[in-house]
Design a protein around this ligand. Structure first.
Ligand code: AMP
Ligand code: ZN
Length: 433
């Protein structure tokens, strides 16, 4: 087995824990240099010296997204302005975004984690990496770019959209790896077909990196079939740098969360108590390497579980399961709790359904209702009403079995639902509160 950093990636569990403890103390000490944590630690009489074991992290209060917004732009900065070299921020639609500031060392460490991730999924120096993420403030652009360059790939910053150009670049430069949000890959595949091309035959693609938005195993399987190569799940968030927080290795059995760089906890989002390995809960992360803006116990809102069994690849970083959604994605309809991913899983099992769908929640005189619009595949579109009606009923029944609510289902022409650049919008809630 080959590793990017064998010494760190294969540390024995006790050694990894010792390294984490040492880094945790350093990170807390560094965090205490910011205005925000200085006050907060003083309020709770906390300091790096009070940490004796990794469990002591539990004495520290959580940090939430709203606090990062309130502290915008400098409140969590721990170094002088002359030491920061880059900022990224989240796509806040209202009020202040969350801005993360990086020192030169932070950028190097981040690029190293991305390089390690790409390597773990089988990428080697000399390969050609194409990035269809938007560049700019979004971390999926520069984050992947820097990591792929550090690894030694020819890195093509194609940016988002413009499928014709994506395909041309792939073919002209022999792209072997492509990074894309999963919701874009169905559309890109349609453009291949419209041009009389097939990705598996007409490109050199060997692997895809898909992430930035929740997607089901069924979606991954579909993408792998469409492209005739493997698709690896990639997880990260701006607050924790961006991509390169957790990544699948070649075994494709969950994402190794790089524990030498992040301390992870899974908590019950209601009681805030820690949950044992294997139980689904909210992921909480503490940066262990960040210099300019360390974050202690960040509530990510992402729901997952820890897979504690060791991975056959020999990497000691524990894995997390694919993200089932964010605790704030869940919606309640007719008293039932529903995650968009449950709807997606059902749709993707139905071969006639294409890759795009939209869930609309609305109300009328009869109360709340849920409308699921699903695009059909080109070949599945038919003007035979009874056939479509039968399919529609089959989908509604499968959904009722899964979520206990029968939605209205509407089958629509391919390419008719609104498309977004970047992360897909899957739910529109038009209900009045
Ligand atoms: P941003 O910082 O704007 O890129 O958003 C980060 C968020 O995107 C995370 O907190 C997750 O909710 C979501 N996300 C990123 N990667 C994945 C993934 N592989 N699977 C599911 N959700 C993801
Ligand atoms: Zn592995």
């Amino acid at each position: 087995m080959q590793y990017w950093q064998a010494d760190i990636e294969t540390l024995a569990p006790q050694e990894l824990a010792a390294l984490q403890l040492q880094k945790l103390c350093r990170s807390v000490e560094q965090a205490g240099r910011s205005e925000f944590y200085r006050k907060r630690f003083a309020q709770h009489s906390l300091s790096a010296e009070s940490i004796r074991s990794l469990d002591d992290i539990r004495r520290f209060p959580f940090t939430c997204k709203d606090e990062l917004r309130q502290e915008y732009p400098w409140g969590l900065l721990t170094v002088g302005h002359d030491e920061i070299v880059r900022m990224h921020c989240t796509s806040g639609t209202t009020g202040n975004p969350v801005a993360i500031l990086h020192s030169r060392r932070d950028l190097h460490n981040w690029a190293n984690l991305v390089a390690r991730s790409l390597f773990a999924a089988g990428t080697r120096p000399g390969e050609v990496f194409q990035n269809s993420s938007g560049y700019g403030l979004f971390t999926g652009g520069l984050g992947f770019q820097s990591g792929a360059e550090l690894l030694g790939c020819l890195s093509i910053p194609a940016g988002s959209g413009n499928s014709q150009r994506q395909i041309k670049l792939m073919r002209d430069f022999g792209t072997t790896c492509l990074h894309a949000v999963p919701s874009y890959l169905g559309r890109l595949h349609n453009v291949f077909i419209e041009n009389g091309l097939q990705p598996a035959k007409d490109t050199k693609l060997k692997r895809l990196f898909i992430g930035a938005e929740p997607h089901s195993e069924e979606t991954r399987q579909r993408i792998q079939e469409l492209y005739g190569c493997k698709a690896y799940n990639s997880f990260g968030m701006t607050e924790m740098n961006g991509p390169g927080v957790a990544f699948e290795c070649e075994c494709q059995n969950g994402m190794h969360l790089w524990e030498d760089a992040y301390l992870m906890e899974i908590i019950d989002p209601d009681t805030l108590e820690p949950l044992p390995d294997g139980e689904l809960g909210e992921l909480v992360l503490t940066t262990l390497d960040r210099e300019a803006m360390p974050i202690i116990r960040y509530r990510t809102r992402d729901l997952t579980r820890i897979i504690a069994e060791t991975c056959p690849c020999g990497r000691s970083a524990r894995r997390i399961d694919r993200i089932t959604g964010r605790s704030d994605d869940m919606f309640i309809i007719k008293g039932c709790n529903v995650f968009p991913i449950q709807i997606e899983r059902i749709l993707m099992r139905i071969s006639e359904v294409g890759s795009d769908y939209l869930i609309t929640l609305d109300s009328n005189d009869d109360g709340d209702f849920m409308l699921v619009q699903a695009e059909l595949k080109h070949e599945a579109f038919s003007d035979e009403f009874p056939k479509l009606e039968q399919l529609r009923k089959r989908i509604a029944a499968a959904m009722r079995d899964e979520i206990q609510v029968t939605p209205r289902v509407q089958l629509v022409n391919p390419d008719t639902l609104p498309k977004s650049e970047g992360k897909a919008v899957r739910v529109k809630d038009l209900r009045k509160n």
